[in-house]
Design a protein. Structure first.
Length: 246
């Protein structure tokens, strides 16, 4: 079968599956009374879709997750990242997501029902309110997931981190857990409409104590650990590097 035909057939198959699984997840999120049950069913369905879409998920380092609350940060390189982390992590985690996601008809409803936290990035007031709410959640013992780069594109490497996750960990006095996602960019790079079969690995790294640490200290420690495992360029350093004139 020609490559283009395989991509068309497989892409149609995986997208159809995703629509079905998302709809079932939203229905269960509507009917199930417990937040933990809603998250558990969504996690199971995320794992099911990855398996049926021939995306093999491997998770290492779950023993590094603290027993209590924590803030987990991961790199962001693909539209698959949210599904992958939903499938990989225990159902006690809330995802911190840009507010625009609430405009997605079915997905927005599902994200709200599984306890996601939404942050408005486009106004100073919205960012401040979102930051206060997220810090309050961390201080109340909730476990949170951030993608601190905030976005991704076709450039390979780790982008500059926003400080929100690290402020939440420092002010909440909870451990910060770095994690890396490997293989998602290869299966579904920026600009791709559908994923291709492959293996995706999530590596959860040793936690960093948040008590008594400043947010920038936590950011730098997490970034160093993530860069070491990713083996990708540090785009934040490259962006700061002076350019030489000819």
């Amino acid at each position: 079968m020609p490559g283009w035909l395989f991509r068309l057939v497989f892409g149609t198959y995986s997208l159809s599956l995703l629509l079905i699984v998302t709809s079932v997840a939203a229905l269960l999120a509507l009917l199930l009374p417990s937040l933990r049950w809603r998250r558990s069913s969504t996690r199971w369905l995320a794992r099911l879709w990855l398996a049926l879409a021939c995306l093999r998920l491997r998770v290492d380092g779950l023993e590094h997750l603290p027993v209590g609350s924590c803030v987990l940060v991961a790199n962001h390189s693909s539209y698959l990242d949210g599904v992958v982390m939903t499938a990989a992590l225990p159902p006690r985690f809330s995802f911190v997501i840009k507010r625009e996601a609430t405009d997605m008809p079915v997905m927005g409803f599902l994200l709200r029902r599984i306890g996601s936290e939404f942050v408005d990035r486009h106004s100073a007031g919205g960012r401040q309110r979102g930051a206060r709410r997220v810090m309050q959640r961390a201080g109340q013992g909730h476990s949170l997931v951030f993608f601190p780069e905030g976005t991704f594109d076709s450039v390979i490497g780790l982008k500059r981190f926003h400080l929100g996750a690290f402020v939440a960990a420092a002010r909440g006095g909870v451990p910060l857990v770095p994690a890396v996602i490997l293989g998602a960019r290869r299966s579904m790079p920026n600009g791709a409409i559908v994923p291709m079969p492959g293996t995706i690995r999530v590596e959860i790294l040793p936690s960093i104590e948040g008590v008594g640490r400043e947010p920038d200290e936590l950011r730098d420690a997490a970034r160093d650990a993530m860069l070491e495992r990713l083996g990708e360029p540090d785009l934040a350093v490259l962006a700061r590097a002076p350019t030489r004139g000819r």
